[in-house]
Write a protein that binds this ligand. Sequence first.
Ligand SMILES: [Zn+2]
Length: 411
Amino acid sequence: MNMTQETLEKIKKSIKHAMKSPFYQKHFEGISVRDIGSEDDFLKLPFTEKEDLRSTYPLGLCAVPDEKIVRIHSSSGTTGVPVIIPYTQKDVHDWALMFKRCYETAGVTPNDRVHITPGYGLWTAGIGFQLGAELLGAMTIPMGPGNTDKQIKMMIDLQSTVLTATSSYALLLAEEIEKRGVKSKIHLKKALIGSERWGDKMRKRIANELGVLLYDIYGLTEIYGPGIGISCNHACGMHMWTDYLFYEIIDPHTGHRVDEGQVGELVITTLVKEGAPLIRYRTHDLTREIPGACPCGNPYPRIDTLIGRSDDMVKVKGVMIYPGKIDEMLAALDGVSSEYQVMIDHLNGKDIVTLFFETPVKGDDAIKALVETVQSAFKEKIGITAKIMPVGMGELPRSEKKTTRVFDNRY
Ligand SMILES: [Zn+2]
């Protein structure tokens, strides 16, 4: 996004404030905050990584005296040490204000009944959905996750009109409602779904089976939590609340800004956060800025639905390859299942890309034709030539954990 003079002033203030935390005193050692007078100066500041935040566990991020902190949240530590984020009363209130704005953007009103299934506790999700809906004046139903029987009973008896959930839980609920044949008793009109990379097929299934309009809500624990941006009725990207944050889209390999509209990694700077201000925080979420004004009239700039994680992205012959784009390409082709793997190898001085995918198609001629179709689609959509290797259904390895689809064997 463009940096206005007003934003620059807010950023300067935020950096000055961040320097009160033990973390930034060390991270920005040798940098004089007074010397940051322009956008170019700002761009010279080092990024902040999640690993950096872990190194300052538990409260090294805190930029205010202890008595100002009213709450902590923590991001899940799948790789060990969690990240602790302290909030002041103002931070908690600002987050609720942003969340209220999300509900308003989705057309939720005080007449709605908001069914909240994300978890409560150290995780930021549930309580964020809760406080924003309360501030709006809607009736909240703080369910938390799990216990599908009770979820559906409450949804019917209390006539919930808005569902808030992760995409996978929304799909599970949709399937259970279908299975029990109670769809006619469900009053849902809208669903606010925590944004992650999820395909169009899943989106359509949830929307159809629940009979709702879907809204993508964005956020991460390190920056308040969910609710810092949301899609509108036009479903063309998520409006970001840029009075509370400044964002950049960078090339994850070089750290430089990408051209407007190009895909890159989202980097966020908080503008008014007190407890744990963050400067140039790398989210590792891949997206792009959507140029121009939104037809809905909302003046806040938009980023696209998340395309994937920059950690999953690889560069081959100068071309960025990321799973989201391959998913999209394969989903548009007949005879190709959603299970695939991409191998990148370095042989005889050349990078070789091989795409394996599962297909129910049988017969030599049919397979030959399919390979040609996939080959030209890959060249057209991804931008490089790949060796195409179809395999039978169920032949690619499955993993319990998040399936890795792109393997870089070059290094
Ligand atoms: Zn809009």
